[in-house]
Write a protein that binds this ligand. Structure first.
Ligand code: NI
Length: 143
């Protein structure tokens, strides 16, 4: 497709559009176009992240109780095992018991998912979430 800007009309139910307008106002979008561009970018990234061979970068967020026996050393051991994928780790002591850890992960999507699954499924991890983005898709989705 040639470069440049395209305009297109979208037909939809009034109630659906009103609900959308309410949400984008709360989120702070300047207009519908910017909100729709973000939705399309998210769709492209999600699609790219279904292919395990694609390159991705993301974050793994973990919450755990550091008093659980051997949990801290086990999580560190896993990060060493996947040291090519785990770029950096941020550790926050939330209170007397709980720790928050955010790891930046990079590599093939399949590997990133595997590392995240192993960390999140470790016994004693209370909550975990992986977010992957895609640099290549971002490059084609700027504007
Ligand atoms: Ni801690």
């Amino acid at each position: 497709m040639e470069e440049g800007l395209s305009r297109f009309g979208v037909s939809m139910d009034n109630r659906l559009l009103e609900a959308f307008d309410r949400i984008i106002r709360v989120k702070g979008y300047a207009n519908r176009s910017e909100a729709i561009r973000d939705l399309i970018r998210d769709c492209l990234v999600s699609e790219a992240n279904t292919e395990s061979e694609n390159e991705g970068v993301g974050t793994v967020t973990l919450v755990y109780n550091h008093l659980v026996r051997e949990l801290g050393p086990r999580l560190t051991e896993l990060q060493h095992e996947y040291h090519h994928a785990v770029v950096s780790t941020l550790h926050v002591h939330l209170d007397n018991h709980y720790c928050l850890e955010v790891m930046v992960v990079k590599g093939k999507v399949g590997l990133i998912r595997k590392v995240a699954d192993r960390l999140i499924s470790t016994r004693g991890v209370i909550h975990g979430k992986l977010v992957i983005t895609n640099i290549a898709k971002m490059a084609t989705a700027e504007v």
